[in-house]
Design a protein around this ligand. Structure first.
Ligand SMILES: Cc1cc2nc3c(=O)[nH]c(=O)nc-3n(C[C@H](O)[C@H](O)[C@H](O)COP(=O)(O)OP(=O)(O)OC[C@H]3O[C@@H](n4cnc5c(N)ncnc54)[C@H](O)[C@@H]3O)c2cc1C
Length: 644
């Protein structure tokens, strides 16, 4: 960390000891000189070798790590070396390890874990399965985070919730059932009355850089829009137009049929809709600009109205005007038939942990969906020689190749980098549940058209920051549980979902410690969605933890100062989930060609290739858990004939 440079840093608490540093971008300096110097050595030798300490022995607990997590240091260097063409120049020959597996899975996200689950169901409990992942924890985006604040454990998450489970396919529902998850029980776990009973609602923070002054306005949705926006630092014209959008029932596309309206809305961004169709002053655009960030990874300049209309937003601020534009017969909310409550305290990490517990029971103790929430994973047992299913972390796969002609080969060789060394394992079959864009670097002999299709999607970069605070009296005093901050570094902040399961009880009184969730998606309006994601990737690669921490503290001070929040004294811990390759890419009707169904890049890309099949949410072109599960199921089905 750079030395403190001014009084502002001191006031913000940049010099305070909290459970997030003294980290070198997420790697504990306190690891000891051997681990640190081996990490530094790995970097110096071309910066392409994995260098995480391992094997994972007693006491090793990645969820308890804080600082820069998600794509942590040590997880991406080998993959970047492959991309840059520098990897193979810096490594020697691989060491062959282990016997042959029935299945090797690349990627321990929900999709890779689900593939292992489906394969075992099909091939039997004795099937030998190896799962490899480049991170130091399993779950992919569904990564668990733990804080110790005050005298208690607080959990938080990467992938947040099970979204609309009633729409899941039979296979996805079946997996939840196999794991013992009864989604109806979330109506009991999630206390939907807690925050309303405390009169906590929604606010918007207007920052001075964007809106001329810092102002938190509270009561969104609880007081009339006219009253709410009268308090916002906006011109009279902007206020009038926004209130008009929320309240008037004008069919902005009158005279068009429903099909014509859908076609028009598929080709116009919400930013253009506001100014060109609803005829608002351009001053309203910044109020809405970042509203789509959390679900789409880009602002309203780069998302079609049709996509926003169908998807809605999880936090209830909405996209005013679209209902009126669609008139009668629209299908708003077709993706959201249920409340947004299907949330484990550690998000979808509990789903990942339940799959791991069923595959490797010795690693995670317990038997119920409730007790998995507090169960401590023994990372040392994930990869034991006697176990039919093994999970190997900090292992970046760099080559996946049939041992001969893919049509007749009997095995697949999988090479991976771990702790600066190369290893090779063999599998009768292989599921690639890693990112689509990674596959062409791994399977060089794939047909060119398939590689081109796999390289097409660009995943959305996201930052999910979690901040443990001493108490939430400031939120209580201000009367908010969530704040949209359209111009700020993080565009949304909220105290945690009020979910209690088994022995884990969520904070229920403002005097207790709490975790605040914040989201940022770096992008660059004016470019296409894929171009914006690439710009965001670079920002995430370059950003330091110090920058993130300073921005978090500064934003807390400015948003919550009126409630008495003291960033120097009230912040107990910070964990930043940096997800450079976040949401799977869905074709965007504003920028992408109108692909025929069988020419969609993810359809062409997911074709089986000999004994190698493709899973991951990328293969379904949708960034949801059920897509990840559905694609795992398909990928395993495609391998069925190799099991006989
Ligand atoms: C911040 C965030 C929040 C989200 N919230 C939700 C939510 O609330 N609900 C929801 O349904 N979905 C959510 N999603 C979408 C999420 O991506 C999917 O739900 C699902 O978890 C994706 O699983 P996956 O296995 O397809 O991919 P991933 O989770 O990306 O897993 C793939 C794994 O493969 C690894 N890998 C890649 N290349 C290699 C290699 N060469 N060698 C070894 N390993 C490799 C990756 O590092 C990763 O660990 C969220 C995503 C993000 C980023």
């Amino acid at each position: 960390m750079e030395p403190m440079n001014d009084k502002r840093d001191h006031d913000l608490g940049m010099d305070r000891p909290i459970t997030r540093r003294d980290f070198l971008n997420g790697m504990a300096v306190g690891l000891g000189s051997t681990a640190l110097s081996s990490y530094l050595t790995g970097c110096t030798r071309g910066g392409v070798l994995d260098a995480m300490p391992g094997p994972h022995g007693a006491g090793y607990s990645p969820p308890a790590e804080s600082g820069l997590r998600g794509d942590h240091l040590g997880s991406f260097e080998a993959a970047h070396g492959l991309r840059d063409g520098t990897f193979w120049q810096t490594v020697g020959s691989p060491t062959s390890t282990d016997a042959t597996y029935d299945l090797i899975v690349v990627g321990a996200g929900i999709s890779g874990l689900a593939a292992a689950h489906f394969f075992r169901k099909q091939a039997g409990d004795k099937a030998r399965i190896l799962i490899l992942d480049n991170h130091d924890d399993f779950g992919g985006h569904a990564q668990r985070k733990e804080f110790h604040a005050g005298n208690r454990l607080l959990l938080s998450y990467g992938a947040q919730s099970i979204e609309s489970p009633s729409l899941f396919s039979a296979e996805s529902k079946g997996l939840l059932t196999d794991l013992g998850i009864d989604v109806q029980k979330f109506y009991h776990y999630f206390d939907q009355k807690l925050y309303p009973s405390m009169k906590l609602g929604s606010g918007m923070f207007f920052d001075k850089e964007t809106f001329g002054e810092d102002r938190l306005v509270t009561g969104f949705g609880a007081i009339p829009h006219q009253q709410f926006f009268a308090k916002a630092p906006l011109s009279e014209k902007a206020r009038h137009d926004i209130v008009r959008l929320y309240t008037e029932k004008v069919d902005y596309l009158a005279g068009h049929t429903l099909e014509q309206k859908k076609a028009i809305l598929a080709k116009i961004s919400y930013a253009d809709f506001l100014t060109k169709i609803a005829k608002c002053t351009p001053e309203v655009v910044p109020v809405f600009q970042t509203r789509s960030h959390d679900l789409f990874g880009v602002g309203i300049d780069a998302v079609s109205c049709a996509a926003l209309y169908e998807e809605g937003d999880d936090y209830g601020y909405g996209y005013p005007g679209l209902d009126a534009a669609m008139g009668a017969g629209g299908n708003r909310g077709m993706h959201k038939p249920e409340p947004y409550i299907f949330h484990f305290p550690d998000g979808n990490a509990s789903v990942a942990r339940l799959i791991v517990r069923s595959l490797i029971p010795d690693a995670i103790p317990g038997h119920t969906v409730e007790d998995v929430v507090l169960a401590k994973c023994d990372y040392g047992r994930l990869d034991e020689p006697g176990s039919p299913a093994r999970l190997r972390l900090s292992s970046t796969v760099v080559r996946v190749q049939h041992d001969g002609d893919p049509a007749s080969a009997r095995e697949v060789q999988v090479t991976y980098a771990r702790n600066g060394k190369l290893y090779q394992v063999r599998g009768r079959t292989c599921v690639l549940a890693c990112y689509n864009s990674m596959v062409p670097y791994l399977c060089r002999e794939m047909p060119a058209k398939q590689k081109e299709a796999l390289a097409y999607p660009v995943r959305a970069p996201l930052i999910y920051s979690h901040v443990a605070i001493r108490n939430w009296t400031s939120f209580h005093k201000l009367g908010v549980f969530q704040i949209a901050a359209p111009g700020s570094y993080h565009v949304y902040a909220a105290i945690d979902f009020p979910v209690s399961m088994g022995a884990y009880q969520c904070p229920k009184t403002p005097e207790e410690p709490m975790v605040v969730f914040m989201v940022r998606t770096p992008c660059m309006p004016g470019l296409t969605q894929r171009e914006q994601h690439r710009v965001g990737h670079q920002e995430l690669y370059d950003v330091t933890f110090e920058t993130l921490e300073r921005n978090i503290r500064d934003q807390f001070a400015r948003m919550l100062g009126g409630g008495g929040f003291d960033p120097a004294g009230d912040i107990e811990g910070i964990t930043v989930g940096r997800w450079a390759h976040g949401y799977a890419y869905s074709p965007n009707s504003l920028f992408d060609p109108d692909f025929a169904d069988d020419e969609l890049p993810y359809v062409v890309g997911r074709k089986p290739f000999g004994r190698i099949t493709i899973a991951n949410s990328d293969a379904g072109g949708i960034a949801y858990m059920d897509t990840a599960i559905n694609e795992a199921y398909r990928a395993v089905q495609e391998l069925a004939h190799y099991q006989s």
